[in-house]
Design a protein around this ligand. Structure first.
Ligand SMILES: NC(=O)c1ccc[n+]([C@@H]2O[C@H](COP(=O)([O-])OP(=O)(O)OC[C@H]3O[C@@H](n4cnc5c(N)ncnc54)[C@H](OP(=O)(O)O)[C@@H]3O)[C@@H](O)[C@H]2O)c1
Length: 308
């Protein structure tokens, strides 16, 4: 069996041009890990933030970008139970997913139902999972008013649908090109953030604000939240001190469990929630995919597809 694979790698921080398609060693699963032949990898904003050296984490070059994947189990390392060769799976890997293969701990991999395509499944980690943890940790229940910035984005579109599934009233923002889309996924009150102040007339009404944008959007969001309400920003550090001043519960972003992955897949299978692939690129076009992601105005997730 070949000991190498095709992978996107980079050797220094920089522009998309640092991304190269090349031969790389095929990973070997360690104790508790599975080796996955990747069919699709989600392109997350954090992937290009790391590539640019903007993300506060140590990296070891060369880097294979990506964490979100869907694919097929090639083999299982020692000590793995419940996952076997040939099963279709999806989840999260910290070993790079813009490649033909990756390894991941068995507990960050879930079975992919056959009715969910590989590309759709690759939008779950870092999109649906972030939204799922946000809506659950905020304790959203029927009748709550939930305000979601970037409601058409890779995280926002799932947050809208999970909040609706819980019975919340959802207010969402988007640019004009995404207004119809966010209504179609369940936003009750759609706001075009380019048309005027999103907070006008909505002061102190929200039980929960999910900020996916940061900066001035976060700053202006405090005015939206009821005293005792909650806020999660996923576009920066949690503003705990300000939350205390505003009497707002500031949440932290959380990592999803294997059970969370399975619960999300079940909702997609039932048709309660829909994944959205914005664009599919072949693995070799990772540069183009990063350029598109960096533009920051997508509808759903960009996905890299590997020939299998
Ligand atoms: N901490 C975590 O766990 C975590 C996890 C996932 C993502 N994130 C971060 O969260 C952010 C969003 O991620 P994503 O995957 O959802 O990104 P994405 O798929 O690129 O979507 C971004 C969305 O933001 C919207 N947008 C841009 N400017 C806006 C503005 N001023 N007001 C309202 N909406 C605006 C865009 O909509 P329009 O096209 O309509 O403008 C687009 O749909 C990124 O910074 C990412 O790194 C953090």
């Amino acid at each position: 069996m070949a000991q190498t694979m095709q992978a996107i790698r980079y050797y220094q921080f920089g522009d998309p041009e640092v991304l190269q398609l090349e031969e790389a060693p095929k990973p070997v699963p360690k104790e508790g890990e599975v080796l996955i032949r990747i069919a699709a990898a989600g392109v997350l904003p954090v992937d290009w933030k790391i590539r640019k050296g903007l993300f506060p984490m140590p990296v070891r070059f060369p880097v294979i970008p990506g964490t979100a994947f869907a694919g097929v189990i090639e083999s299982a390392g020692p000590g793995v139970t419940g996952l076997i060769t040939g099963q279709e799976v999806f989840g999260r890997s910290i070993n790079g997913t813009y490649a033909e293969y990756t390894t991941a701990p068995a507990d960050s991999v879930a079975l992919k139902p056959s009715s969910i395509g590989f590309a759709e499944a690759a939008t779950i980690s870092g999109g649906a999972t972030t939204a799922w943890c946000a809506i659950n940790n905020a304790g959203i229940k029927a009748g709550d008013r939930v305000f979601i910035h970037g409601a058409g984005g890779g995280v926002g579109l799932f947050a809208v649908q999970f909040a609706k599934w819980k019975g919340a009233y959802v207010i969402g923002t988007a640019s004009p090109s995404n207004m119809d889309f966010i209504r179609s996924i369940g936003v009750d009150h759609a706001i075009d953030y380019t048309a005027g102040p999103f907070e006008a007339g909505l002061e102190r009404e929200a039980d929960f604000v999910l900020d996916t944008v940061g900066g001035a959007t976060l700053e202006r969001s405090w005015a939206l939240i009821k005293p005792g309400g909650a806020l999660l920003t996923i576009a920066g550090q949690p503003p705990f001190e300000r939350g205390q001043q505003e009497r707002v519960r500031v949440l932290r972003s959380a990592l999803a469990s294997k059970q969370d992955l399975s619960d999300i897949a079940e909702l997609i299978v039932k048709g309660a929630v829909h994944a959205q692939v914005q664009a599919l690129y072949p693995l070799g076009e990772a540069r183009e995919a990063h350029i598109r992601s960096e533009a920051g105005h997508g509808r759903g997730r960009i996905v890299l597809a590997t020939e299998t």
